[in-house]
Design a protein around this ligand. Structure first.
Ligand code: NCD
Length: 320
């Protein structure tokens, strides 16, 4: 079974890492550790969400996040429905809040929401009774991604505190970067942002991070190298001269990686653009790359989050 007696998760929704305490994060990771073990067994089915209904609302494309939330809900015994905006009444001009109110009337227990606008998931959470999980809102937050990254690191290196992490690439448009910066700060890891000046967010100096525009300086002696995709769908105009030149200066290859710690881990939230932000061989390096571990941890972390939120649905303090 999952690890020990369940500690209380003091939140009705999971909207961002910014609202979590070190204890909340540690408890979720402990719970997720139990699910990693369960997911490696032939019989994966649990009953923690039995009788519950989970609706996945993805207003933006997704492979691993949507699939892993679906698997997580199903493995916990929930009825899981995927709402696809492409074929929903959104296409007929219905507002987000009207869609939310409509779904809410069907009494779902959990809504997992991804939306291209920062803040949209919180807006929706305020309009429904269900527990809401933010599966990525614009360039704002993607809390379960940061949690799965943390679980991947904790399982490999045994801790988060005291580590130095370089987050490299398109930081400006990345909710993954933002949630990870928050989480590493909360858990006592040091963060370096490595990117061309055009891809560093304007308020980055307020994040408590070091900023580098040169990969070799930024990667020097780091424990973790986390690469990010150029999020061209969020860019208006061009932010880099060409993908080829971008790879030359900011793409992770063995040459640039050589200055990191010899056993530094390579991470990427996916989807990867091989040859743009990361060299194919580095991405597939079985000794260094934990990119597929991240995917495996994603299911377990999402199970932990769903379990923690579902427990609160019965709690009168949450006065639903
Ligand atoms: C990321 C996302 O959608 O924010 N992907 C993911 O969730 N695994 C990063 C990206 O799209 O580049």
């Amino acid at each position: 079974m999952t690890a020990g007696p369940a500690p209380r998760f003091p939140h009705r929704h999971l909207l961002g890492v910014g609202e979590l305490s070190p204890r909340d994060i540690g408890d979720l990771l402990d719970l997720a550790d139990g699910y990693v073990a369960l997911n490696r067994r032939a019989e994966k089915k649990q009953e923690k969400l039995r009788g519950r209904t989970q609706i996945n609302m993805f207003f933006e494309s997704s492979t691993r996040t949507r699939t892993s939330f679906e698997l997580a809900g199903k493995r916990l015994g929930a009825d899981v429905i995927n709402m696809s905006p492409a074929t929903s009444a959104i296409k007929k001009g219905e507002t987000l809040i009207d869609t939310a109110a409509t779904l809410n009337a069907m009494r779902p227990d959990v809504l997992v929401v991804r939306h291209p606008d920062s803040g949209a998931v919180k807006l929706l959470a305020n309009a429904v009774n269900a527990a809401v999980v933010n599966a990525g809102d614009g360039s704002h937050e993607h809390p379960t991604q940061a949690l799965l990254d943390a679980l991947t690191i904790r399982r490999r290196l045994g801790r988060l505190s005291g580590l130095t992490v370089a987050i490299c690439g398109d930081i400006a448009h990345s909710r993954v970067a933002r949630s990870n910066i928050l989480l590493f700060n909360i858990m006592g890891a040091r963060v370096r942002l490595v990117a061309p000046p055009t891809l560093v967010p304007t308020a980055a100096d307020r994040y408590g991070v070091e900023i580098h525009h040169d990969m070799r300086a930024g990667l020097k002696d780091v424990d973790i190298v986390m690469m990010l995709r150029l999020q061209t769908e969020r860019m208006q105009g061009s932010f880099v001269p060409s993908e080829r030149e971008y790879f030359q200066f900011y793409g992770l290859d063995y040459d640039k990686l050589a200055v990191a710690k010899p056993d530094a881990l390579i991470m990427h939230p996916g989807p990867m653009n091989r040859g743009t932000e990361i060299d194919s061989e580095v991405a597939d390096d079985i000794n260094r790359s934990v990119i597929l571990d991240q995917v495996e941890m994603g299911v377990a972390v999402r199970q932990a989050c769903l379990e923690a939120l579902a427990r609160n649905l019965d709690d009168p303090e949450h006065n639903r």
